[in-house]
Design a binder for this molecule. Structure first.
Ligand SMILES: *Cc1c(COP(=O)(O)O)cnc(C)c1O
Length: 396
């Protein structure tokens, strides 16, 4: 035991020495655009609370009511005695919104991605994955026995080359999998071209839309809507832990047979507790709000556009796009330190943003990732830009 403690201490010290220790800030309020922390109040620009639903009064009210109507916990996996009628209601509502035949709920999207590949893809099959896909896709692919291929981020020539390799290896099934929106850049996957290529090679397409469901696309249905391929994507996964209330839970939305088979075979579904009743009710309400009104999306888009315009005018370098993830770039050798110092200086001014550097993003491409929300007012957005300018002046 003492040897183990020494080894782990050394490992922790190495993480600290590399400047990679993640320190958790303690929040003292509900999740919102304005939060309290043990280190003071802050304007929050780093939550995935895109539509401002995490503390929306109607979502909170629905969850409150659910405690009385449905109780606190399920104390069962879904297939034993853990499925209330509202669990099925939520699955149908998700399928309807995303545009698939059916959907299956998981405890999280991490679990949805962790469970799906092993069920659908065997040793005679091929999975072709974007190199920047989320950790849960990488882990899920590892848990399957399928042959693995990786293509450069959004690189359609490389995807074609990998599809050719899989075909040459006589794969039975081939599945192309990509994030719908990439979390470090805010870039959308080129889904129309991906679907074209998949069709040419007889492959299936799976999209993880965790950073898109609810707000990307005209009706907020996701990246497949934005790219005009709602009917061409075979499998959509996503989370209830971001725009759709930010509670917890994930899903696979797909053809009926895929959903049915996952209910029989997916291990995180079979062997983990059902999503809690209050979270189901709150998520149903969040989904209803996201589906039936453009108000949140309109405000979110206006905020992202205003932020991008003001920051560009102030001379900051941004990655282009329209996504509410806006990376403010600090390129070069000194970028990692600068980004981190600017983020610290902003927090002292009451604006909470996070700096990312290698190995989370490529060397020389350090950035502060700003995430806009419909919960932000125009004044909040302007205050964030002002803090960027002041922090840059301070840090030099
Ligand atoms: C956040 C995220 C997940 C994990 O979702 P949880 O429901 O929090 O487990 C999976 N995939 C992508 C692309 C994500 O951004």
């Amino acid at each position: 035991m003492y040897a183990l403690k020494d080894q782990l201490s050394a490992e922790l010290a190495a993480i600290e020495a590399d400047g990679l220790t993640k320190h958790e800030r303690l929040i003292t309020t509900p999740q919102s655009s304005h939060i309290g922390t043990t280190a003071g109040d802050a304007l929050n620009f780093c939550a995935n609370n895109y539509l401002g639903l995490a503390n929306h009064p109607e979502v909170v009210a629905a969850a409150h009511a659910a405690l009385d109507e449905w109780g606190f916990g399920m104390a069962s996996v879904r297939f034993i005695c853990g499925t209330q009628t509202q669990h099925r209601d939520l699955e149908r509502a998700i399928a309807d919104f995303v545009g698939t035949q059916d959907a299956i709920l998981f405890p999280s999207c991490f679990d949805a991605n962790g469970g799906i590949f092993e069920v659908l893809m065997g040793a005679e099959d091929a999975i072709i994955s974007d190199e920047l896909n989320h950790a849960s896709i990488i882990d899920g692919v590892r848990l399957s026995k399928a042959q693995r291929y990786r293509y450069k981020n959004r690189d359609m020539d490389d995807l074609r080359a990998q599809l050719e390799s899989a075909r040459d290896a006589s794969a039975r099934r081939t599945l192309v999998v990509t994030d719908g929106a990439f979390s470090m850049d805010g870039y959308l996957a080129p889904l129309e071209q991906i679907c074209d290529l998949a069709e040419e090679f007889g492959a299936m397409v799976m999209v993880d839309d965790s950073h898109a469901t609810g707000f990307v696309g005209e009706g907020g249905r996701g990246s497949h809507e934005a790219c005009g391929v709602v009917d061409r994507v075979d499998i959509m996964t996503g989370t209830l832990g971001k725009a759709l209330g930010g509670g917890s839970g994930g899903y696979v939305a797909a053809h009926q047979e895929i959903v049915d088979l996952l209910k029989q075979r997916a291990r995180p579904y079979l062997f983990s507790n059902a999503v809690a009743p209050a979270v189901v009710s709150g998520s149903l309400k969040a989904l209803e709000l996201a589906r039936e009104s453009d108000e949140g999306r309109t405000r979110l888009r206006a905020n992202a556009e205003l932020f991008r315009t003001l920051m560009t005018d102030a001379g900051f370098e941004l990655l282009p796009g329209e996504h509410p993830i806006v990376p403010v770039m600090f390129p070069g050798d000194d970028g990692a330190r600068l980004a981190s110092d600017v983020a610290d200086a902003m927090l002292r001014r009451g604006v909470y943003v996070i700096a990312f550097s290698f190995p989370v993003v490529p060397r020389g491409k350090a950035r502060i990732r700003v995430q806009l929300s419909a919960a932000h007012s125009e004044d909040d957005v302007r205050a964030c830009v002002d803090a960027f300018v002041a922090a840059r002046d301070e840090v030099g």
